[in-house]
Design a protein. Structure first.
Length: 645
């Protein structure tokens, strides 16, 4: 019996020693599109501090290294040892490399090498398949790495979703089969356990050349985002691109995807117009996020960084029909309305007026060209200008302005102008025409010295040729007395000071900013209270969390979308930090739990009375923060501006 126990102790000791150090390599996907990227991770796992060298990568002739970074973590577990309960510490050091394939086919990443304690460790080679359409396949679930002692990592700590938020792990659900949206095309998360993913959403999968395709990129996450770094913006080759909305900070809303709650923020929205027929690719947006996890024992855990790319979308581009194409078609595709106008239908002769033609609608109005414009007989066309703009609503316009000068009195009719465009909804060419406009020209004064036939150019030349008036007598200016000069000087100084004060008050909006921020706070709190009344405790947590970040971000001038709550408070006015800092941080813990914790952990916090109490207390804190922040800001501005008395 004693011999058996001794053998068991020796076996456990040798097992622990054998698994005291381990090196493994994984990828977040092994099937991808040619334009996509993957993350290759080398993980060094040890039970104690071990001096290990930087990994030596194999030759990567088939890949381009776009980025690299490291992350580390350690965890302690309590287990029963030979001498009773004991703590075991596991340390993971990860070397991450973002790779992009250089060619299609079956590619290989060879064995990487790590040297530790004089011993060389090699990882296993990994095979990658690259080809069109492969990126839509689900990535393989890598074998769970082994902890020292042969203990397998629990679900949720796989290499493709390392160190995910503990609450998110408990909320996991299985992803149902891939779904296809009823309108347009939308990528869905391949793996619901990922810390975050970038989604691309297009309003259509098929379009004509020149037809508008609206594409949006979104960040989805179930964790707290500390920092966002956009590593690779989409090139969008093959499209004419117009910016609709480019996010300057992350503004999160809540959305459920396949039964899983996510926090969603817009990255950018573009209006894309395919240039040529065939297949066009809406390529990937690659982002690196630093996430803050949650530790069940110690609250918020250490930050971890992840890099993800959106899945490319294919757009089938059809050529514009050649049959029946009108001669005045210039390439405009869309649904446009045309109008013509003048500021006043009654003008006078020899005085210029402007005749405007506007095309406006859904599509690229910049591609519209008018046929040559001929002024009515008796009018002179002096100048022509164009102005085009694209709106965030997804529509655009183009104005054609004609500067005309009537050379005689009478009644004129501005002729109808027409242009053909291709309507992708009706799938045919349509003609857009203006209505004729009647102009009444009254008597005006003809240009001096040139008669009615003199043009503006000739009139300008004639004025320039007029000889200047010669002065034949010099009159000495009347001088002011010293006293008069002194009073005038002080009067000008006082006027300048008052003017600067009024200008500063107008520009800086003293007092107005507080009103605006208070109004926006009340609107957000109204939405929170609506969710309280509806019993949507999860929505209460998300909405109130976003409200706190918004208010502190505005007060501190940081925006609040990607900055930790502690940093926002540090940059907030001193009075806010001293009076409200601790209370805000403590109360934020409640709403973070409501936002992300499983229902079993939330407990009584979701009860109606508890919700009302916490919402009321946080509302008072935010209202006080707006008051203090605005007061400190105005005081600071007064100190910086001596004229603000």
């Amino acid at each position: 019996m004693k011999l058996g126990r001794l053998f068991l102790i020796c076996f456990l000791f040798m097992a622990r020693t054998a698994f005291a150090f381990e090196v493994s390599a994984t990828v977040d996907r092994n099937a991808l599109n040619p334009d996509d990227t993957l993350t290759y991770t080398i993980t060094v796992t040890s039970a104690e501090e071990v001096a290990a060298s930087q990994p030596t990568l194999p030759p990567l002739s088939d890949f381009e290294v776009l980025n690299e970074w490291t992350s580390q973590e350690s965890s302690a577990t309590l287990s029963n040892g030979p001498n009773g309960p004991e703590f075991k510490t596991i340390r993971n050091l990860r070397y991450n490399y973002m790779l992009q394939p250089k060619r299609e086919g079956v590619l290989s990443i060879g064995a990487s090498e790590v040297v530790a304690e004089g011993r060389t460790y090699n990882t296993r080679p990994i095979t990658i398949r690259v080809g069109p359409g492969l990126g839509s396949q689900s990535p393989p679930r890598n074998q769970r790495p082994q902890l020292p002692g042969g203990i397998q990592m629990p679900p949720g700590f796989e290499e493709d979703d390392e160190a995910e938020d503990l609450f998110s792990q408990l909320l996991r659900r299985h992803l149902p089969p891939s779904q296809q949206g009823s309108v347009g095309s939308r990528t869905l998360p391949i793996n619901p356990n990922e810390a975050f993913f970038v989604q691309v959403d297009a309003d259509k999968k098929e379009a004509y050349v020149g037809e508008q395709v609206t594409v949006s990129y979104y960040l989805y996450t179930r964790n707290q985002v500390r920092d966002l770094d956009n590593l690779k913006y989409p090139s969008l080759k093959g499209f004419w691109k117009e910016d609709i909305d480019i996010a300057t900070h992350l503004n999160f809303t809540q959305e459920v995807v396949n039964g899983i709650p996510y926090r969603k923020a817009l990255l950018a929205t573009y209006a894309l117009f395919p240039i040529s027929a065939g297949q066009a690719t809406v390529d990937s947006w690659t982002a690196k996020c630093t996430m803050v996890g949650v530790d069940s024992n110690f609250g918020f855990g250490r930050p971890y960084s992840f890099t993800k790319s959106s899945t490319p979308l294919k757009i089938n581009v059809k050529p514009i029909p050649a049959e029946g194409r009108p001669a005045d078609f210039t390439g405009a595709v869309g649904d446009f309305q045309v109008s013509a106008r003048v500021e006043d239908n009654s003008v006078v002769s020899h005085q210029p007026f402007t005749y405007k033609v506007r095309f406006e609608g859904r599509g690229n109005a910049k591609l519209i060209e008018l046929p040559p414009f001929t002024a009515p007989e008796g009018m002179e066309l002096y100048d022509t200008q164009k102005e085009a703009k694209y709106f965030k609503t997804g529509t655009s316009y183009q104005d054609f302005s004609f500067l005309l000068i009537p050379r005689r009195e009478g009644e004129f009719t501005m002729p109808s102008l027409s242009v053909s465009v291709f309507d992708p909804v009706q799938k045919k060419y349509v003609q857009k025409s203006t209505d004729p406009i009647r102009i009444i020209v009254g008597q005006g004064q003809a240009p001096a010295g040139g008669g009615e036939s003199m043009s503006l150019g000739e009139k300008k030349k004639a004025i320039e040729n007029v000889a200047p008036t010669v002065l034949t007598e010099f009159k000495e200016p009347r001088m002011l007395s010293t006293a008069q000069q002194t009073w005038i000087f002080f009067g000008l100084m006082i006027a300048a000071v008052v003017g600067l004060f009024l200008r500063a008050r107008s520009e800086l909006g003293w007092g107005q900013r507080k009103k605006d921020l208070s109004r926006r706070l009340r609107a957000r709190l109204h939405r929170v209270n609506q969710k309280v009344s509806a019993g949507d405790w999860r929505g209460v947590g998300v909405e109130m969390t976003n409200t706190v970040y918004f208010i502190l971000g505005e007060i501190s001038g940081e925006g609040g979308a990607n900055v930790e709550i502690g940093k926002l408070l540090m940059k907030a006015p001193p009075s806010v930090r001293r009076e409200l800092g601790d209370a805000v941080v403590k109360k934020m813990d409640v709403f973070q739990i409501l936002s992300f914790a499983p229902e079993a952990v939330v407990g009584s916090l979701k009860d109606g009375n508890e919700l009302k109490k916490h919402v009321g207390e946080m509302s008072k804190l935010l209202e006080r923060a707006v008051s203090l922040g605005s007061s400190d800001e105005q005081s600071s501005e007064s100190e910086l501006n001596p004229t603000a008395f």
